[in-house]
Design a protein around this ligand. Sequence first.
Ligand code: HEC
Ligand code: HEC
Length: 241
Amino acid sequence: MLNIKGMITPIALGLIFGLFLSVVPVSSVSAADQGTVAWGGKLYDKWFKIAGSARPKGTHVAWPASNTKKKGSATHRCKACHGWDTMGKDGAYASGSYQTGIVGVRKYDGENPADVVAILKDNTHGFADLMAEKDLTALGVFVTSGQVDMDKSIDRASKKFIGDVAQGKQYYVTMCTNCHGVDGKLPKDMPEPLGKLSNKNPWEIMHKIQNGTPGEEMPALRALPIQVTADVGAYLQTLPE
Ligand code: HEC
Ligand code: HEC
């Protein structure tokens, strides 16, 4: 005879174990050291500025001949082929001067960093001799646990941050003015004012606020709630261009 009472405990245990299985991998992914993730994020940008290797000469082997707008070291940055939004041809680089038709790296979100390291050493990428193992690993950690879904923080059509301008101002005046000045035009050697860049390329802004800027004293805010970055971004978009 089937004993209903006797089955309750195994079912309950099964449920608890099932929950455990579904929760643990997620939490272990988000437990990646945020400093390592941010370092990987900076390497995703101009890795040759901080990885101790020389600025690459010539155009990257995987850069398609169809794109004649960019050449040289610019084509060696991860972001050049895969986008600031990490969505490649399905994101902001679907068109414009960085249009290549290359896929994004979204598929590796939540995957194993070692799989990404293996990709970075393949013939398409050829990074094995250009970066130390710890840097390749940091890139793997960034790709597998540091990507953010930027469409949740930036409206793609209007390019506007989905954030609270007044709140963002309070973050800006306490965390950013020391280096960037009240109107976002410092330091002097910055390519363009933050007001201009934020409206032109909010995805680049988001990446840099989250991870910092390679070789600069800029902090990385990724350990704070993502909404902080969205609010700061929204405020930057009100600064003079
Ligand atoms: C010059 C262009 C270029 C650069 C620079 C580049 N990649 Fe790629 N990457 C590619 C191409 C092309 C593919 C697709 C390869 C294939 O399908 O075999 C790819 C694939 C990938 C994939 C697998 C994506 C998938 O969905 O299968 C990952 C992860 C990746 N790259 C990470 C990086 C990282 C991290 C960097 C920087 C260190 C980088 N790539 C730099 C061109 C580039
Ligand atoms: C300790 C100084 C410092 C602080 C604090 C700081 N930054 Fe920066 N930031 C820099 C430097 C230096 C650069 C690089 C400027 C350059 O390229 O010449 C930079 C670059 C940037 C860039 C990229 C600009 C570009 O054109 O590439 C953005 C975006 C940015 N900062 C936003 C912020 C925001 C928002 C805050 C506050 C949350 C902040 N920064 C706090 C020093 C700082």
